[in-house]
Design a protein around this ligand. Structure first.
Ligand SMILES: Cc1ncc(C[n+]2csc(CCOP(=O)(O)OP(=O)(O)O)c2C)c(N)n1
Ligand SMILES: [Mg+2]
Length: 368
């Protein structure tokens, strides 16, 4: 028998709309109202400023270990913008800009990284899941939610995020396989930031792209310039519209770069070169989108100053609110199960006894 090419019909494409210096491919430009473009810029800038502030707070000992989102703002923001409010948004821990767009207050993000349980509380009215650190576990949550959306009807779609490192986890494959088999309204967005802590993307998979993994699940795969907000919006709209109308799941690979460290517990100089970072800096999504808006005459120095001032004021208020949060060192044990297990109850009692022993029995005498 002659050898024949396999009948694979999966569509695989790569998409970018803006060049690094903000030049536009007009034919691909998604329709976005001018007021939204300005709001998107403000949100992207707010995410950058909040990220910078969290890093400072951590360095000053005022916040726990922090995982920066710097350089990845466009990937989650474009996705969030392309969703309806009632759609589901299932993040990992680098979707700061998307969460701000969805309506998460700045101080909730701070509370999360400050180790407060209140940072896990999804703001009322949002179909979002809390920030998720166990790698790729959120793929399964997203798939389950997408299944629920399908069973309930009503046209809701679920977007779940994952990192390039997360694609090596079984959860990622199980979620996409199930979503493909049951034709679920799931959009899986992989933020390929080229690193999983110190493991480069080239060691994560032998596949040339992450998008092509879609072939194995019989679903569409789309690679998009994840530092190009317009491309992310266009790609997500396409995938979300398809999911909403019964067309099934899509795997989107958003190609981006982690410009900062993995977390504040990490020193990337030990495993990647400065030259690599410098190579990516011109593709930073923030100045790219800013250049696009300037060319469209939607941003000038005065507007930018107003935006910066508004963000600074919001940040100051958020830091105050964050630092006013009462500290309860036992709360992490109270939120594991609705009904704590005997082991948890014993651990809680031990911790409470330990804290009580460290507390001064009575207030210290005033110094005369
Ligand atoms: C199940 C699990 N294994 C290991 C870790 C430790 N860990 C935290 S982040 C990370 C790398 C994740 O890389 P990637 O998925 O590319 O996401 P990125 O950090 O680049 O956003 C690892 C291994 C974890 N949080 N969860
Ligand atoms: Mg990564």
């Amino acid at each position: 028998m002659p050898r024949e090419p396999l009948p694979i019909s999966t569509r695989l494409e790569t998409l970018s709309v803006l060049t690094a210096d903000g030049q536009l491919d007009r034919a691909l430009e998604p329709a976005v109202p001018h007021a939204d473009l300005r709001r998107l810029y403000k949100t992207m800038l707010a995410a950058r400023r909040l990220d910078e502030r969290c890093l400072m707070l951590q360095r000053q000992g005022r916040m726990g270990t922090y995982g920066p989102s710097k350089g990845q703002e466009a990937a989650s923001l474009g996705v969030a913008y392309a969703l309806e409010r009632d759609d589901w948004f299932v993040p990992t821990f680098r979707e700061l800009a998307g969460l701000l767009w969805r309506g998460w207050p700045m101080h909730t993000w701070m509370l999360y990284w400050g180790g407060h349980e209140a940072g896990n509380a999804v703001p009322p009215g949002l179909n979002d899941l809390p920030i998720c650190v166990p790698i790729a576990s959120q793929c399964q949550y997203g798939m389950g939610i997408a299944w629920g959306c399908k069973l309930r009807g009503g046209g809701r779609v679920c977007v779940a995020f994952c990192g390039d490192g997360g694609t090596s986890e079984g959860d990622f494959h199980e979620a996409l396989n199930f979503a493909g088999v049951y034709n679920l309204p799931l959009v899986m967005v992989v933020q390929n930031n080229h690193w999983a802590i110190s493991i480069p993307r080239s060691c994560q998979t032998r596949a040339a792209t992450i998008a092509q993994k879609a072939v194995a699940y019989g679903i569409d795969g789309l690679q998009v310039d994840g530092n190009d907000l317009l491309a992310v919006i266009a790609a997500t709209r396409e995938a979300v519209d398809k999911a909403r109308t019964g067309g099934g799941p899509t795997l989107i690979e958003a190609v981006t770069y982690r410009l900062s460290m993995h977390t504040t517990a990490d020193d990337p100089k030990k495993y990647r070169t400065d030259a690599e970072v410098r190579e990516w800096e011109p593709r930073d999504p923030l100045p790219r989108f800013r250049a696009y808006l300037q060319k469209k005459k939607l941003l000038d120095a005065k507007i930018e100053q107003v935006i910066e001032e508004e963000i600074t004021a919001e940040l100051e208020a958020a830091v105050r609110q964050y630092e006013q949060q009462t500290v309860d060192a036992t709360e992490f044990l109270r939120h594991v199960f609705a009904e704590p297990t005997p082991e948890l109850r014993a651990q809680l009692a031990e911790l409470e006894a330990h804290l009580a022993a460290r507390r001064p029995a009575r207030p210290p005498a005033p110094v005369s």
